[in-house]
Write a new protein. Structure first.
Lengths: 355, 355, 355, 355
């Protein structure tokens, strides 16, 4: 129980960063070891002692000492002085891309919440148009990265130096599909449809026409159909080709939560029991997945938890299924999963600090 | 311009009934001819002069004379005395089933907003379990019914005695798919997916656990997957078998609006132009359909209008398409469509009173 | 019935501008006379024929010919060529301040939706810090302005050249209080409290931290307490001093609507009847005010109408009252009131095109 | 650290009951001591082993062993067998009224979340119309009750047998006003206004016309003005007469959270510093109150925390103040406060399990 670790967060000003700070402050293994907060805030001078965390996120005030924490100007020296061992990056893709190599050189373990290092196939990465694409350093760094979905890669995560924390949509769809595809049930020739819907926090904190209350409230819109950046994660992690799956995201008029409705054809007729058995086996030992065996999950049940909730319905023939998969995009889809990965790295119970 | 008609509404207390009253009161051809309102209100004695409409729907107050209208106890005599020629039924399925035969006998034209007479195939009607199923009267009445989707059946509607006003989801999906299926583009063997999302008014006015604000707000849930009653309308109107389409509705945390995301495979590769051309031709002469040729429609654009908005995206191969179809479930999905049908019956411009 | 008028809108890109376009396009006296739309759009070249209105506001498409309208680059010559007689300005305060003098010189009647010309007392105007404050031109222009609240100033509006369309909050509070204060009922020494709550459209279309969905949704916040710019309108129009009233606005997590809860002490005990009589008399001949005599109005009843809804409750002593006043901030609080003013100017029925 | 206690909850099916279960399951002093859950569910037979908690509240699944908990049929024997020492009642007022005397007789400590025992003045209790009013047993029970607001009555709570957990609105208003009134600052003759706004969970779980999504969403309504049942708590706890305060609640279109805007006149001009000093002194040693000294609190900051957030603004004269007070009606306004009271009774740190 005595083992602990010093963490740091870069990017605490965003939504995922705030959740990460909240989780780390309340984590039982990190008592008395608040994360070092480092970064920049537009138009603010961090030089003199930093900005109080509660000024950035008033809702965190007085929670487990949050009121004493300050965000300080980032420097590698700061991290070294404070003895940081695990670095969480809740930063834009490009920044993660630029910083991770140095962090690894300095001996830090990195849990990166961006999309910078999730994709091993350069073709899938093309949508990001990273500037360092093709350099030796980028290739060497990518080679060290492990896709941070504990339900699939628990063992590799345990010893990884660089964890690429999955995308929120990707987590939702992969957990629903991987067990069935891996078991060979799915008729890939007939195509999989993943119709996903996400709350607005997934669109980030920048005020834009899209995130304006008047655009998002009382609305639903599809976007990035056929082209969304999380598609590459689906292909690589589920093991399907782009001809075999369509992924289509929508913006919901709620703050948080993702629900994915996934349509598959089975090669052979299945029963409720046969499908349930496959899920149960796959997720045995995965404390953060909840199977709904009698009903379908709803966004509301998973929001503000770190659970991925999965349920399904079969048609009368047993050859078509609709799988419904829900999670909180800021928790199991981002900060909670990052803490779950920390638990795996440190050898702590996987759900520690996440219930 | 002088021709007019006396209408009546049964079921003005519900959401669709309120919209219908609002539309008929503002309809330029019905100036000075407000609808007769007839019905019952739980626990209220209608006998003495009726209940003021504005007491039931305060938002209608003083609109075009609404403040003087009262809902009176229903009787066939009342309709006769007031010279009613067109009867709108915004009543439960069973009530429409029971009343329509007598209304037709009495020479009334009926526009029925319920699901009572929409389905010609008894197998598709089975989900309703109508008590009069199999009787001669029911069969004779059904034989007179026309499915009230003007974009498909304008001619038959014009001379019909009984209009079965379509379901809200069904309108949204049929308008998106019919042109493509009718043109023979769609590879039905690969299956169509219709993932539809509706605002809460679609669930009706009765307070239930499902319509409680705490259940519906900040939530999204799938329901009636593989079994929803509007499926039969899709089969009959689009002309596909139940093996060829999956329809899956969801409850959105907004008051009104439907967005359907529809996934099809084409037999041959298509271009944006070829698909657009098919839609344009099909909807030439249909003033209440708006094609989105440069972007996708959003729920917000169609809500509180009588338009069905349709747009689509093709994948790079031109063989897969995602069609997005939006409408207001209380207008193009119910009361607005009913008025559109009235316009067709009376020979008025189809969009009269609907802009 | 044949008299009509050519209108123009500057500022059609905002929320009030869109509502104004919708109302003018549907106005029965303006059939075949769509408003000229003039303005600028950031980053768009209007030079070649302008931007289609439906590209800016897709929801307006095909409504009464909206699909053919374009927003063109503003010039005085354009207005002259098109024979514009009434100019609606839905522009920022400073722009209205700059343009109105020239518009008047050119013989246009102006209905200005900004706060530029609402206040006659320079002390109340100080919060705007207008650059031309103190110039002769500004004084001469202000002298021609009439505060565009028809319920108070119908006669002056009828012959005015410059209508200063009231603030949304101000309309809500003035209509509730003016009848009681004018009748001498209110004990001003004990102070009036106006606790007002508005939907997000009142905060404008610019994406900001405040209008981000994540800040506004599931929230309520007070702002501008003791300092909001609409306060001056209350003082001047109700006829009270700043010691006698507190006005305190809040941001509601809904798109539109204002509800003001107003607390007064009466000098003498009143009855429901005595207070009702005063309101009835004051608003006789005011078709856009609805008195709620048996219950309190709710935001929902007035949203998407041009009505101001007013109701009240007395305490047991008859000496304290709570008045509840609701309206749609974009209609009776902005664009609808502007059209009401147009009706007054033109001598048309005041509610024409507003029901 | 080893001391613990066996708790029970009656009424776990409601919103406050669910929060209470969640809090007790995660409370560090109650590890391995889940609450006994007892009650009834309409139409369900609890006899055979009870209903799983996760069937009633799916969101609680797998949290700290919640998945093993069942709600069992209530009996005093069950409580005795399971060694229950502290009984939480999240039951209707009448049920609390009926059960508390027996619970006390049986030696249980009771924390009652209803309004049954909050009011000592029979005149204030009249609105509840309790059937046992005037009986000796009721009087004897009432005499043992302590109003469970730790910030005011910490000492008495510590030794109380019966804690009357405060109303949600009352907590919000009392905490904001008591320090200022107790310090003699407020000019009561000029009257206090408390304009309060609450999310829908405050209206309870029963589906009604008022709690229907369509009524509550996109709306704001005032209700119970001059007559709300929490008024009596304000009078007794703040120490003012009904002539000196007006309390006016509103229903907000959000799930949870209360914001009260409170208007006071001071006898003497105050400064920001003088008022802040009074609040600081009053709440020294109160870990669950957060003072906002530079800005005003917003509902969003306090929701899903057990904090009461308080801030204020003075006018230029220093003689009028607007105080804004926010809390989560299900936490600091109900279940969280109940746990805070448990902490006080047991001598644990007051914020234990509440951060």
């Amino acid at each position: 129980m005595t083992k602990t670790v010093q963490t740091a967060i870069v990017g605490v000003t965003g939504y995922a960063g705030a959740e990460l700070a909240r989780l780390l402050l309340a984590h039982p293994r990190l008592e008395g070891k608040p994360p070092v907060l480092a970064g920049r805030v537009e138009g603010k001078d961090l030089a003199r002692g930093g900005i109080p965390l509660v000024e950035i996120h008033p809702q965190l005030g007085d929670n487990n000492g949050a009121s004493k924490l300050k965000m300080q100007p980032f420097s590698w020296e700061l991290l070294a002085e404070r003895g940081v061992e695990v670095l969480f990056l809740a930063t834009p893709h490009e920044q993660s891309r630029a910083w991770v190599p140095e962090a690894l050189q300095r001996g830090l373990k990195v849990i990166d919440l961006s999309g910078a290092w999730r994709l091993t196939n350069p073709a899938n990465r093309a949508v990001y148009a990273f500037e360092d694409e093709g350099t030796e350093q980028a290739a060497a760094t990518q080679a060290q990265a492990v896709y941070g979905l504990p339900e699939l890669h628990r063992k590799q995560i345990a010893t990884a130096k660089l964890i690429a924390n999955p995308g929120c949509y990707a987590t939702s769809v992969i957990l629903a599909l991987k067990p069935l595809v891996a078991a060979g049930l799915v008729d890939l020739d007939r195509g999989i449809i993943a119709d996903a819907k996400s709350g607005v926090s997934g669109a980030g904190k920048a005020p834009t026409a899209k995130t304006h209350f008047m655009s998002a409230a009382e609305n639903l819109s599809a976007y990035g159909v056929f082209t969304h950046r999380h598609t590459g994660e689906l292909l690589e992690q589920i093991g399907v080709s782009s001809d075999e799956i369509v992924f289509s995201p929508h913006l919901l008029p709620i703050p948080r939560g993702i629900l994915s409705t996934i349509y598959v054809h089975f090669k052979q007729a299945q029963t409720r029991e046969s499908v349930t058995a496959i899920y149960r086996e796959f997720f045995a030992g995965s404390p953060m997945v909840r199977l709904y065996e009698k009903s379908l999950p709803q966004i509301q049940y998973s929001v503000r938890t770190n659970y991925a909730d999965i349920g399904f319905e079969l048609d009368a023939s047993g050859k078509r299924a609709i799988i419904v998969s829900c999670l909180d995009n800021l928790l199991k889809g981002a900060a909670g999963q990052a803490v779950q990965n920390l638990n795996v790295i440190e050898g702590w119970p996987e759900a520690e600090g996440l219930r």
